[in-house]
Design a protein around this ligand. Structure first.
Ligand code: ADP
Ligand code: MG
Length: 609
């Protein structure tokens, strides 16, 4: 057997023993093999592909210490907690430690106590640390989120510039591995050059995230939709992105008012409140997070089951990055985008006011239009995304996005459309959605009387429709471009070239009616829920996020396969040796109790593994 094959077997055994997984995933295995062959490696893998294990497992096989450079304190802590829980010795050095703590860890490093040492890039600049690491055998340096080294990336960190000089200062050049999800050519070239990779193996795993299903909903009543969605998925963790702080505040309040366990995050909140919100979310105390796009970098919570965009983001890159925070664990997860035409106005406004360079402005406006196209396409959404990112040979259908699975009924709404278009025409295309809806409703307001709108033939023509429903219908017509929103801060509704044929009765308007997500039924909790509850108790006692104890998928597998003893248990994905020792007994107890109760109530008997 070749040496490489032997090493791969060793790595797979470590994967199994510490992390409880039987095999590497495809892209992961290639990266691991390349590293085990001691070739510098740049691995470009999408979010959730499993980059961490791609360097952590080789670290376990190599002699000596592996240094991991990672940009965020919260990430480091999370990873080190997860490693320790799995029985791997690891530590981190960053500005969150006191001088005494840092000194203790350094002593540990010198004594060879750790297999992995996570270091913040700023630390690498300090002379003292460099001197100390001189006589520590460092065999491998893994750079996570390696795109941070590039000015072209979206999260440039000048301190990543300290990595290459640090490596040069070492007496023996270690193996270097760089990991990122960003694949643009500029970023790739920068990583290789600025980190000083030598003859690197560059591995690119496809962008597809098969476990994510994508949906776009146009002209919905967003608030109602989100509320019913969240209530129907109350046991699950989800993120709702809104465009502005004000919108985040409002939506959080509404959800909280309906008893949803919700928290929020945006740049306008005091540090402490933001941190508390984030912690509450990570630890599953508040499963729903409402946030602006300020939230997410460095959140590796693997069991986010849905990401809803309450507003359309500014481009496809932002969208895929934010939506991609769903389903890192590989289990099915939903990404929903609630399109409203006002979102386009807002994004245009933001670009106009934040980008000064005319060329850059044009570029961003073009990207915005591509985002709008995505919201209107009737092609497969997964295909649209992957082709946007330059992937080739993408299948025409995915059988999971809202376009591939659309079975909604189309309803003829031509009559309503004619009433609305005609009213907009009669109001001379100079007013916003709210006033148009009021006139159609026949509201008796001072403004309407003063403007004389109460004498229009369309006044009150939709009086038997709730005002909100009229507004929703108008928004639908805008989303489908039968109407157009114009102007900045106070947009007014105007007709479009598509309006006249409708008014003349030449074209019919159809609307697909979305059925609201079903509200959750309150059945007795199944085994999965019971296991989750136990996990939450343990997590709270240990002050760890629940997913560090066991992944959702691990609990689901336990609930399906009902392991009855320690041997059965170790065969469940995600149960490594240390975790079996620490938690096996209590989880087995819950399973046995569940089965006993079920047998008493006349269920079938379990099949063993
Ligand atoms: P990335 O950094 O690429 O976004 P992570 O390293 O955070 O992804 O891994 C995402 C999830 O995938 C984690 O929950 C991890 O435990 C899981 N995972 C990684 N490798 C495997 C594997 N070989 N088998 C099963 N699950 C895996
Ligand atoms: Mg990662």
């Amino acid at each position: 057997m070749t040496q490489n094959a032997t090493l791969l077997i060793k790595a797979t055994i470590a994967l199994n023993r510490y992390f409880g997984y039987p095999s590497f995933r495809d892209g992961q295995q290639k990266a691991v093999e390349s590293l085990l062959a001691r070739r510098d490696t740049l691995a470009i893998m999408p979010t959730g592909a499993g980059k961490s294990l791609a360097y952590q497992v080789p670290a376990l096989v190599f002699d000596g210490l592996t240094v991991v450079v990672s940009p965020l304190i919260s990430l480091m802590k999370d990873q080190v907690d997860a490693l320790e829980e799995s029985g791997v010795t690891a530590a981190f050095l960053n500005s969150s430690l006191t001088a005494k703590e840092a000194a203790e860890r350094l002593t540990g490093v010198k004594r060879g106590k750790y297999k992995l040492l996570y270091i913040a890039p700023e630390r690498l600049e300090t002379e003292g640390l460099r001197a100390l690491l001189q006589d520590v055998p460092i065999s491998f340096v893994a750079v996570d989120e390696a795109h941070c080294v590039s000015q072209w990336g979206h999260d440039f960190r000048p301190s990543y510039g300290a990595i290459a000089p640090f490596i040069q200062s070492l007496p023996v050049r270690p193996l270097i591995g760089a990991f990122t999800a960003t694949a643009t050519e500029e970023v790739k070239a920068d990583i290789i050059r600025l980190l000083g990779l030598e003859n690197p193996k560059v591995l690119v795993t496809g962008f597809d995230r098969p476990n994510l299903s994508f949906s776009v909903l146009r002209g919905e009543n967003k608030q109602d939709y989100v509320l019913s969605y969240v209530e129907a998925h109350s046991a699950q963790s989800g993120i709702i992105y809104a465009a502005t702080r004000k919108e985040v505040d409002k939506l959080t309040e509404i959800l909280a008012g309906h008893g949803v366990l919700v928290t929020k995050y945006h740049a306008g909140l005091p540090d402490q409140e933001r941190n508390e919100g984030q912690e509450g979310f990570i630890h599953d105390r508040k499963p729903v997070m409402v946030a602006t796009n300020a939230f997410g970098m460095g959140i590796d919570k693997p069991d986010v089951r849905y990401v809803i965009h309450y507003n359309m983001p500014k481009n496809m890159e932002s969208y895929y990055q934010e939506a991609g925070r769903a389903g890192r664990d590989g289990d099915p997860a939903e990404c929903l985008l609630l399109y409203g035409a006002a979102d386009v106005q807002l994004q245009k406004y933001l670009i106009e006011h934040s980008v000064s360079d005319p060329q850059q402005k044009q570029k961003e406006l073009r990207k915005l239009l591509q985002m709008v196209d995505y919201c209107h396409t009737d092609r497969c959404l997964r295909q649209a995304i992957l082709q946007y990112f330059g992937e080739e040979n993408v299948p025409d259908t995915c059988a999971s996005c809202s376009n591939c699975t659309d079975e909604r009924e189309s309803v003829d709404v031509t009559l309503d459309a004619q009433k609305i278009l005609s009213c907009v025409y009669r109001m001379r295309e100079r007013f916003g959605v709210v006033l148009v809806a009021d006139v159609l409703k026949g509201a008796n307001t001072k403004k309407i009387r003063e403007m004389g709108f109460d004498s229009l033939s369309t006044y009150g023509i939709m009086h038997d429709c709730p005002t909100q429903a009229i507004k929703d219908r108008i928004n639908y017509l805008i989303a489908e471009e039968y109407l157009h929103l114009a102007g900045g801060e106070y947009p007014v509704v105007k007709l479009t070239p598509k309006s006249a044929p409708v008014l003349k009765g030449e074209v019919k308007v159809w609307q697909k009616i979305t059925s609201k997500p079903l509200r959750a039924t309150k059945d007795a909790p199944g085994l999965f829920e019971k296991l989750r509850r136990l996990r939450l108790e343990i997590a709270q006692r240990e002050g760890l996020p629940p997913y560090i104890i066991f992944a959702d998928r691990t609990l689901r597998e336990m609930a399906e396969r009902c392991p009855l003893n320690r041997n059965d248990l170790i065969r469940i994905n995600g149960v490594g040796e240390l975790k079996r020792e620490k938690y096996g007994e209590v989880f087995l107890e819950v399973i046995h109790k569940f089965l006993r109760e079920r047998d008493v109530s006349g269920g079938t008997s379990p099949h063993s593994l």
